[in-house]
Design a protein around this ligand. Structure first.
Ligand code: V0D
Length: 254
């Protein structure tokens, strides 16, 4: 017998010419994965970190140009202190074991969000990884860390308002591109907007993630909890994206 996955793979294959350039992922379901196994929630976070490594290498090998991962939202501070402390260790652990693999795979690390409120050691680990991978010109691995999209938009509006009041720009200069240039994704240039958003664990919401940048993205909600997501799940999501995002008679299917 074939599982659903195998049937899906028999009937369709990935088109390497049409890989989504920017994939964003809401890595949901780590706590639920652990609870189902009668393990503490942090065991799910630990396993989830392994999944980050697997999916990063898989995405890079497929030719994805930007992988944005929602690691910690501005709302996650409301979780129990012990859980928050554990989460804050994860970027340190992640980079202490994974920077050589990132460099080997030519992956550059980027972070968006307010990292100034994170513990000193976490900030250092993040800054070191950004520096150590600065010369990599393959995939960008972009972590959304202490990020919230309304906060991002609020900062952008304030910054634009202050440019107007300083006389640097006129209200008439404010357009789509100018606003994009004030978002935390601005250093990604043309690649700032995800082609595909994946959310794991069955929840079908955007939850304050990339509200501006997701305007035209394909959205895929998959049932697996993040620790169960793997290279095969990523390929399946890309195959579905390609099926939906076909160009009909030269018209783009936006
Ligand atoms: C737990 C699933 C990698 C989501 C993945 C601080 C919840 C595993 C990072 C990470 C977390 C973040 C930034 C960075 C390098 C690594 C991470 C957090 C949680 C919250 F620069 N996994 N990971 N960060 N989990």
């Amino acid at each position: 017998m074939f599982s659903k996955k195998e049937v899906a793979n028999q009937t369709s294959t990935i088109d390497m010419e049409r890989i989504p350039q920017h994939i964003a992922i809401i890595m949901d379901g780590n706590g639920r994965w652990a609870e189902k196994r009668h393990l503490p929630r942090v065991a799910g976070h630990k396993q989830g970190m392994q999944t980050v490594k697997t999916v990063t290498i898989a995405a890079s090998k497929l030719g994805v140009k930007v992988l944005t991962l929602y690691a910690f939202s501005t709302e996650n501070w409301k979780r129990p202190t012990t859980e928050v402390s554990y989460l804050m260790q994860l970027p340190i652990r992640f980079f202490s074991t994974f920077v050589p693999d990132l460099i080997k795979n030519n992956v550059r690390v980027m972070v968006m969000g307010d990292i100034t409120r994170l513990p000193e050691q976490t900030q250092t680990a993040v800054k070191d990884a950004i520096r150590d991978t600065a010369d990599c010109d393959g995939m960008v691995l972009n972590f959304a860390l202490n990020y919230g999209s309304r906060d991002e938009i609020t900062r952008a509006v304030k910054s634009i308002a202050s440019d107007v009041s300083a006389g640097k720009i006129n209200p008439d200069d404010i357009d789509d591109d100018l606003i994009s240039g004030h978002m935390m994704t601005s250093e990604l240039g043309d690649l700032a907007d995800p082609d595909l958003l994946i959310r794991t664990s069955g929840e079908e919401r955007i939850s304050n993630f990339l509200l501006w940048q997701l305007a035209y993205s394909e959205l895929e909600f998959v049932p697996e909890h993040w620790p169960d997501f793997d290279a095969e799940s990523l390929k399946e999501a890309i195959i579905k994206f390609q099926g939906r995002h076909r160009r009909f008679g030269g018209l783009t299917n936006k």
